[in-house]
Design a protein around this ligand. Structure first.
Ligand code: MOS
Length: 762
C-alpha cells in the first residue's frame, strides 16, 4: 500500500467535450428551446386521485378561453393501438395515455389543453373540471402483499433475477457467525436538470417526427409506431441534446404520446414541457425497497452463505423488480447463495430504471451487512473484503475478464488514510463531532448490445460519425470522436459526430453503462474499414504519390494518407474522395450482424435478449471500485456531514479521463444524496408524493458535496479489445450509501439500516 498504482499509459487524452461550447453558450438546441413556425403548446392535467374512475369531465370553460385550440381527454383523444406485445421502449407506459376513464395512479394525465401560447394553455388547464369516483389507494410498500416475481408469469421468471447455488440454508444453520438484517431504501427520483419535453409534428397522416430527450430513440420509435399504427420508418425520433437521464428517458412516457396526438389533432407542431412537479409522477422512479440479508461465516469472517431477498413496490400492471441481489450475486467468494425478488403491486406509477437499478440499493444492503459482519468478527472491514475476495466469478464460474479490485482497495485506502481508522467505533472525537471512516466495494457489469455506426468522409475532407446512440451528458460525442480520430489520425475536433436520430444506423441505448463499449466497437470497426478504403484509393489512383504502394507501407496523419517511412509523401483524404468520383466515402460496421438483422420491427425485446447473450462470453466482465468516506457527526444535532470521499475505480482503459471523472463524480454525488437527503415521502392516504419539487426533494447541492477524489487503477480489458474499455456511467453510485452508513457506525457506534440515514430515528 506504499505507492498508489499508476494508471496505465494507454488511457486516452483528457479531452474537453466537443459540444461543450455549444452547451455553455446556449447554442445547443434542447427540445424545450425549439420555436418552430406555427407552434402550439400543450399543458397536461393530472389526476388528483390515485385509484378510481373519472366521473365527470367538464372542459367547456377551458375550451372557450382565448387562444385555446382544443382540449384532449379520454372522450375525444385518438384511439391508440393497445398492442399485445409491448415494445421494451414502452416499459414506462404499457397503457397508452387518454384511452379510458380508469385512474391507476396519482398524477396520471386525464386531459391536455392545447393553445396558442404556453400561458393560455396553462391558464385553461386550471379550468378543466374533473370529478372522480375514488377507491382508497394502496400506495406504500407496507400496504400490499409481497409476491415472488418468479411466480408471476413466464417472462417475469426469466427476468426475475432470482438465483441459487449450493445450499445456503444448511450453511447458514452451521455457521459460527450469522447476520440477519433488514435494510430499506425509499422511493427516489432522477430529477434530471432538464424536465422531460416533447416537440411533435406530422408531415402528413402517415409521417410523425418527435423531438424528445431520449436515451433510446429506437425504443421511442417502436412505441410511437405501435401506438399510432405507423410504419416504423415513418416515425422519426430526434434526441440531439439531453439534460440528464439517469434512466428516466430509457422508455417513452405518456406525455410524448399526448404531444403526438395533439399535433395530429390541431395539425400543427405541438410542444409539451413537463412542470417540475410532473416528473415526480410520470417518468419513472426508483421504487422503495426492503431487503433482508442473511450472512453466514466462519469465526474468521470467511463467508459460507448469503441469502439476499429484495421486495420493492411496483404498479399494478408491470412486474418491475429492483433486484438488489445484483450487488451480491458475484461480489464475494461464497459457495452457498440464494437471491429472491418480490414485488408489492400498488396504485402507483410504474417504477423505472434509475442509475444502477438493483446495484444501487443492493450495494447499500450487502456492503452494510459486510460491515456488520466485520464488526462481529472483530476484523477490519477492508480485511474482510480481502478475505472473501473472489478470484473468479462465483456465480458463473467464469474467469474475470480483468479485475483490479485489490488495487482499487489499496489506492483508496491509501488516499483516505484508512490506517488511521479505529477498529472500535466512537473512538475519534473532534470538538462536538464524532468522526469515522467507512468503505464499501463498488461494482457494475460491462454489457454489450449490438450496435451499428457509419463513418464517412465528404468531398471537402470532413469526417463524420453517425449513429442512433444518444449522448445524455455522459460524453459520447467526444468518446466516439476520440475513437474515430485515433483510427483516422485526426484530432477529435475534426470529427463531426451526429447522434440521436432514427435515420442513422441502430445503436445500443444510452443506459446500462453500455453505450461506449457497444457503440464504440462499431465506430472503431467503421473507421477502420474507411481507413482501408482510403488506403486502397491511394494505392490505385494513378495520380496518387502512393500509387502501387503496399497497404502495409501506408499510414494516416492529419487528414492525409502518408507513407509510414516518410510522412512528407502523402495525399489528402479530400483529394482521394474527389479522385474517386464519389460524393462521399463511407463505411458501416455492425458489431453483431446476425443479432442486428433480427432487431427490426416493434419487438425490441430482442435488444435485451441480445444484451444477455453477449454477457454470456468466455469471461465475466465488470468494472470494479472501492468507495471510502470520512464523516463527522454532530453529537447534539445528529447531523451527518461527509468530509471526504475517495473512489478508486477499475473501469478498464479510460477513453477520456476528463469525462470519466465527471461521470464518477456525478455518480458518487448521487450516492451522497441517496445516503443522506433523497426520499420521496408518500402520503399513504392519497398516494401523493408530498415533497414533489426541488425545494423539498433534496438532491445534494454544492455545500453538501465535499472534496471528492477519483482514482483510476484499471488496465485495458481484453474482452473489449481493441478498445479495452469497461462500464463507467453507473458504478460511481454503487457502494456510496453503504460507505457512508459504515462511516457513521465507525463514528458513533450506531448502525443505521434505513435510507436516508437519520440518527434521530430510533
Ligand atoms: Mo441507466 S438506469 O441504465 O440510464
Amino acid at each position: 500500500m506504499k505507492t498508489p498504482p499508476v494508471a496505465p499509459p494507454s488511457n486516452g487524452p483528457p479531452t474537453t467535450r466537443i459540444e461543450g461550447v455549444a452547451k455553455v453558450t446556449g447554442r445547443a438546441d434542447y427540445t424545450a428551446d425549439a420555436v418552430p413556425p406555427n407552434l402550439a403548446h400543450a399543458v397536461l392535467v393530472g389526476a388528483t386521485i390515485a385509484h378510481g374512475t373519472i366521473a365527470t369531465l367538464d372542459t367547456t370553460e377551458a375550451r372557450s378561453m382565448p387562444g385555446v385550440l382544443t382540449v384532449l381527454t379520454h372522450l375525444n383523444a385518438p384511439r391508440l393501438d393497445k398492442a399485445s406485445v409491448f415494445p421494451l421502449g414502452a416499459a414506462g407506459s404499457r397503457r397508452p395515455p387518454l384511452q379510458d376513464e380508469q385512474v391507476r395512479y396519482r398524477g396520471q394525465y386525464v386531459a391536455a389543453v392545447i393553445a396558442e401560447s404556453l400561458e393560455a394553455a396553462r391558464h385553461a388547464a386550471s379550468r378543466v373540471r374533473v370529478t372522480y369516483r375514488e377507491t382508497p389507494p394502496a400506495a406504500t410498500l407496507g400496504a400490499g402483499e409481497a409476491r415472488r416475481v418468479a411466480c408471476l408469469g413466464l417472462l417475469s421468471k426469466a427476468l426475475s433475477g432470482d438465483s441459487h447455488r449450493g445450499d445456503p440454508d444448511a450453511a447458514l444453520a452451521s455457521a459460527s457467525l450469522t447476520l440477519d438484517a433488514v435494510y430499506t431504501t425509499p422511493r427516489e427520483f432522477h430529477v434530471a436538470m432538464e424536465p422531460h419535453a416533447t416537440l411533435a409534428w406530422w408531415d402528413d397522416a402517415e409521417h410523425l417526427t418527435v423531438r424528445e430527450g431520449s436515451q433510446w430513440v429506437d425504443g421511442a420509435q417502436d412505441v410511437l409506431a405501435v401506438w399510432f399504427d405507423l410504419k416504423r420508418e415513418h416515425v422519426r425520433v430526434l434526441s440531439a441534446f439531453v439534460g440528464g437521464g439517469f434512466g428516466s428517458r430509457l422508455s417513452l412516457y405518456p406525455h410524448a404520446g399526448i404531444a403526438a396526438m395533439a399535433a395530429r389533432v390541431v395539425r400543427r407542431p405541438v410542444k409539451l414541457v413537463l412542470a417540475r412537479s410532473q416528473v415526480f409522477h410520470s417518468v419513472g422512479n426508483r421504487p422503495a425497497t426492503r431487503q433482508r440479508l442473511r450472512l453466514g461465516a466462519e469465526a474468521t469472517g470467511r463467508l459460507s452463505a448469503i441469502i439476499h431477498e429484495t421486495t420493492n413496490e411496483s404498479d399494478r400492471d408491470s412486474h418491475y423488480a429492483e433486484q438488489g441481489s445484483r450487488a451480491s450475486e458475484s461480489a464475494y467468494a461464497v459457495a452457498n447463495y440464494r437471491a429472491e425478488n418480490s414485488i408489492v403491486s400498488l396504485d402507483i406509477p410504474v417504477p423505472g430504471w434509475m442509475r444502477a437499478p438493483g446495484e444501487a440499493p443492493g450495494s447499500f444492503a450487502i456492503e452494510s451487512a459486510m460491515d456488520e459482519l466485520a464488526a462481529q468478527a472483530r476484523i477490519d472491514p477492508l480485511q474482510l473484503r480481502l478475505l472473501n475476495h473472489a478470484d473468479s466469478d462465483p456465480h458463473s464460474g467464469k474467469p474475470w475478464s480483468s479485475r483490479r479490485l485489490k488495487e482499487a482497495y489499496a489506492a483508496g485506502a491509501e488516499a483516505i488514510g484508512w490506517s488511521r481508522r479505529a477498529l472500535e467505533p466512537r473512538s475519534r472525537r473532534e470538538g462536538h463531532e464524532w468522526v469515522g471512516l467507512g468503505m464499501a466495494t463498488a461494482a457494475y457489469p460491462t454489457r454489450h448490445a449490438p450496435s451499428e455506426a457509419r463513418v464517412g468522409i465528404s468531398r471537402d475532407g470532413g469526417v463524420y460519425v453517425e449513429s442512433r446512440g444518444v449522448d445524455i451528458g455522459q460524453g459520447s460525442y467526444t468518446a466516439l470522436a476520440l475513437i474515430a480520430a485515433e483510427v483516422l489520425g485526426l484530432p477529435p475536433s475534426r470529427i463531426d459526430v451526429r447522434l440521436g436520430d432514427t435515420r442513422h444506423p441502430r445503436s445500443a441505448f444510452a443506459g446500462g453503462s453500455m453505450l461506449s463499449s457497444s457503440l464504440g466497437l462499431a465506430v472503431h470497426g467503421a473507421a477502420s474499414t474507411l481507413r482501408d478504403q482510403l488506403f486502397d484509393l491511394a494505392r490505385r489512383q494513378p495520380a496518387s504519390p502512393l500509387h502501387r504502394r503496399s497497404r502495409e507501407e501506408l499510414s494516416v496523419r492529419e487528414g492525409r494518407v502518408v507513407l509510414g517511412a516518410d510522412p512528407a509523401v502523402g495525399v489528402d483524404f479530400a483529394a482521394l474522395v474527389s479522385g474517386s468520383g464519389q460524393e462521399q466515402l463511407d463505411a458501416l460496421h455492425r458489431t453483431h450482424p446476425t443479432l442486428i438483422s433480427r432487431l427490426s420491427g416493434p419487438k425490441a425485446f430482442t435488444t435485451m435478449a441480445a444484451v444477455r447473450t453477449q454477457a454470456a462470453g468466455d469471461s465475466s466482465c465488470y468494472s470494479w471500485g472501492a468507495q471510502f468516506v470520512e464523516v463527522a457527526v454532530d453529537e447534539e444535532l445528529g447531523t451527518v456531514r461527509v468530509r471526504r470521499m475517495v473512489g478508486a475505480f477499475d473501469c478498464g482503459r479510460i477513453l477520456n479521463p476528463q469525462a470519466a471523472r465527471s461521470q464518477l463524480l456525478g455518480g458518487m454525488t448521487m450516492g451522497l444524496g441517496m445516503a443522506l437527503t433523497e426520499a420521496g415521502h408518500v402520503d399513504p392516504r392519497t398516494a401523493l408524493v408530498v415533497n414533489g419539487d426541488l425545494g423539498e426533494y433534496l438532491v445534494p447541492v454544492q455545500a453538501d458535496v465535499p472534496e471528492i477524489e477519483i482514482l483510476f487503477v484499471g488496465e485495458p480489458d481484453p474482452s473489449t479489445a481493441p478498445l479495452g474499455i469497461k462500464s463507467v456511467g453507473e458504478i460511481g453510485i454503487t457502494g456510496v450509501a453503504a460507505a457512508i452508513a459504515n462511516a457513521v457506525y465507525n463514528a458513533t457506534g450506531r448502525r443505521l439500516r434505513d435510507l436516508p440515514l437519520d440518527l434521530r430515528a430510533s
